[in-house]
Design a protein around this ligand. Structure first.
Ligand SMILES: *Cc1c(COP(=O)(O)O)cnc(C)c1O
Length: 382
């Protein structure tokens, strides 16, 4: 069966141009970047540092030393949150996040809470947005860190990070941002966002799986992080273990391409997404577009159909690779926590579909998807 892939927020293919620049580092330029005593090791080190510079440049970081290579956004989130919580001694033990975070943030923070940290989870409005004033109001004298994502993986809703960071900094609180869904879809600039820590994932923006980075702002006094993985002291002692050099090279190349294609992606893909939603609205009564009233990623559409069971709808659409919630949550089918946090009734949240477009998505694919979804919703309603 021909399956139309419309699940680019779950993962993207590695761009062939990215694969090409990675290839030599598997078998030809294979030396360990830590082996600086010999020439091949020094060449590998140079490649690693050039990748670090490119990653830094792509997110507007001031220095390459602010980039720590990791295995992906999950690890970056863990390092940012546990690393800060465990090393912040001058501030207190209070942490703040919001209800629609990815499990790689929520699970880490609830884990810290179980170990004795104080955690506030701020709610979102009907459109999935966090109010920066609610974040400011939740700050206590002992608040150490606020973590809010840049854009939600299920709805595409973009959070007002710059405003949140401003409110946090006036209170001396650090800000972490999970920006896994940002690159290639919206600008990601750590200067403009004003965040102290920012997580990136390679495979969400046409880079390799198992690649990622954590941005750690250089400031005085230095931001202290406790490592999760101990050993040889790689990555400024924050992430021991031989660096995945092909992964770092691939991440850098993917982020460069993401920046280059940003405008085209926003206009072309945004137009396709809007056409998809319009076509559904025109052909299906009572379709709900979640987060439509908020600024959203141009490629993401989260739609729900009253009276329809999401699992049944998914089962009747084997020709579409779409998601019924976040891919990570769909191992345990239950209504999306993100949509419930937005105040959707359980029955409606259980009938939601996420369609996420990619650079290669075409008008034909999008039209086919909206026709097929409309067809099956009408069949199930009868
Ligand atoms: C995909 C995703 C992650 C996890 O990233 P990995 O690189 O797969 O570990 C974290 N946060 C968000 C918002 C994501 O979309």
């Amino acid at each position: 069966m021909d399956v139309t892939y419309l699940d680019f927020n779950a993962t993207t293919p590695c761009d062939p141009r990215v694969v090409e620049v990675m290839l030599p580092f598997f078998s030809v330029d294979f030396a360990n970047p830590a082996s600086r005593q010999h020439e091949p090791g020094r060449a590998a080190f140079m490649a690693l540092e050039n990748s670090r510079k490119a990653v830094a440049k792509s997110i507007g970081a001031r220095s390459a030393t602010e980039i720590i290579f990791t295995s992906g956004a999950t690890e970056s989130n863990n390092l940012a949150l546990m690393g800060t919580a465990r090393s912040v001694t001058t501030r207190g033990r209070h942490l703040i996040t919001q209800a629609t975070e990815h499990p790689a943030v929520l699970e880490v923070l609830t884990g810290l809470k179980a170990e004795g940290w104080d955690l506030t989870i701020i709610g979102v409005d009907r459109e999935g947005r966090v109010d920066p004033e609610a974040v400011a109001g939740a700050c206590k004298p002992d608040t150490a860190l606020i973590s809010v994502m840049l854009a939600n993986n299920e709805t595409g809703v973009i959070q007002p990070i710059a405003e949140i960071a401003e409110a946090a900094h006036s209170r001396g609180v650090l800000v972490h941002c999970d920006a896994a869904q940002g690159p290639g879809k919206i600008p990601v600039d750590v200067g403009k966002l004003g965040v102290d820590l920012l997580s990136l994932s390679g495979h969400k923006c046409y880079g390799p799986k198992g690649s990622g980075a954590l941005y750690v702002r250089r400031k005085t006094p230095p931001l202290k992080l406790q490592a999760l993985v101990h050993g040889g002291g790689h990555e400024q002692d924050l992430r021991s273990g031989t660096v995945n050099l092909p992964g770092a090279v691939g991440l850098a190349a993917a982020l460069q391409l993401a920046t280059d294609s940003l405008n085209r992606m926003t206009t072309n893909v945004g137009t396709l997404r809007d056409a998809f939603e319009q076509s559904l609205v025109d052909s299906v009564p009572n379709v709900v577009i979640n987060g439509a009233g908020a600024p959203r990623l141009p490629n993401t559409s989260n739609v729900a159909f009253p009276g329809i069971d999401g699992e049944a709808l998914m089962a009747s659409l084997p020709d579409l690779a779409v998601s019924s919630g976040s891919a990570c949550a769909s191992v345990h089918p239950e209504p999306s926590k993100v949509l419930l946090a937005m105040g959707l009734p359980k029955a409606l949240a259980a009938g939601a579909l996420r369609i996420s477009l990619g650079r290669t998505s075409t008008a034909e694919e999008v039209q086919h998807a909206s026709l097929r979804i409309a067809e099956e919703v009408q069949r199930l309603r009868r």
